[in-house]
Design a protein around this ligand. Structure first.
Ligand SMILES: NC(=O)c1ccc[n+]([C@@H]2O[C@H](COP(=O)([O-])OP(=O)(O)OC[C@H]3O[C@@H](n4cnc5c(N)ncnc54)[C@H](OP(=O)(O)O)[C@@H]3O)[C@@H](O)[C@H]2O)c1
Length: 256
């Protein structure tokens, strides 16, 4: 069995990643949600899949104690496996879609920065011992995936001037964490990657519909299921030698 952890799986792309992973009978998926009772999609999956295929953990990435608790619980759940094969950090918030820099709400910026940049570092650090377990064993392929956005690319940022300014800053920071940390983890045999899931029809994606249709009408929205299937293929195909790369859901590369 290959073991996957999807952090932020209550809805949207995270939930679709879990659904897609469960289609493969050789996976055991650990899915996290802030609150299982407010995650009906995830709850429904628990009645279709046995605990040997799907485990649920309650985890708020913005609460350090919750992250530590989640990592300890995951260690117990994975005691019979060679740790974790793939960690996908998907959780994020977008709080100021169209707010220009001059009007940014600083408290909201702190919240976005914590959830989108600091928390992925904390989560990855806390689960790293599980990712390291079994490293070097035959056929071991360990992957650390940060779901980000093309909005986090410094190179193409001017194309999106006026859209999700503070969110873009947080995703650029996440890219730096992945690029620097991933260079070290590569020496250990862990493949780190940054992944843009596309423009996806989720609560977050739909919140910027008006801007995209006005400024980039050629950009097509894809479904969470499509995004998840393509992202998982990119994750599967990613090679350690190419770490750390910034991938789009279709396997193309995004400039940093
Ligand atoms: N949709 C797009 O077009 C698009 C484009 C580029 C990148 N992305 C990226 O793709 C990822 C998924 O986005 P999405 O479109 O699926 O967004 P979404 O529908 O808004 O879902 C966001 C997910 O993050 C979780 N989350 C937020 N704060 C959390 C916290 N403190 N602790 C735990 N979980 C938390 C949410 O859980 P709750 O239900 O508890 O809030 C939810 O599961 C994000 O990293 C996003 O930046 C999306």
């Amino acid at each position: 069995m290959r073991t996957y952890l999807v952090v932020g799986a209550s809805r949207g792309i995270g939930l679709a990643l879990v659904q897609e992973l469960l289609e493969d009978p050789t996976t055991h998926v650990l899915a996290t949600a802030r609150s299982l009772s407010r995650s009906p999609g995830l709850q429904a999956l628990t009645s279709s899949y046995p605990p040997a295929r799907l485990s649920i953990l309650e985890l708020d990435v913005a609460d350090p104690a919750s992250v530590e608790r989640g990592a300890a619980n995951a260690a117990t759940l994975l005691s019979e496996y060679e740790g974790l094969d793939c960690l996908i950090h998907n959780a994020a918030v977008l709080l100021q879609e169209f707010t220009p820099f001059e009007q940014v709400d600083i408290a909201s910026l702190h919240q976005e920065l914590y959830t989108n940049t600091v928390a992925p570092l904390h989560v990855a650090r806390s689960f790293l011992p599980l990712l390291r377990r079994g490293l070097g064993a035959p056929a071991s392929e360990k992957k650390l995936v940060f779901v980000s956005s093309n909005l986090g690319s410094l190179e193409i940022a001017p194309t999106f001037a006026g859209l999700c300014e503070t969110y873009s800053v947080t995703k650029a920071g996440l890219g730096m964490i992945a690029r620097k940390w991933g260079a070290t983890l590569k020496d250990e045999g862990i493949c780190t990657m940054i992944l843009h899931p596309g423009y996806v029809g989720t609560d977050m994606g739909n919140s910027i519909n008006s801007w995209v249709s006005e400024h980039l009408p050629a950009v097509q929205k894809i479904s969470p299921a499509d995004s998840a299937a393509q992202c998982l293929q990119v994750i599967k195909d990613a090679r350690l030698e190419e770490a750390v790369a910034f991938y789009a859901y279709d396997g193309s590369r995004i400039p940093w």
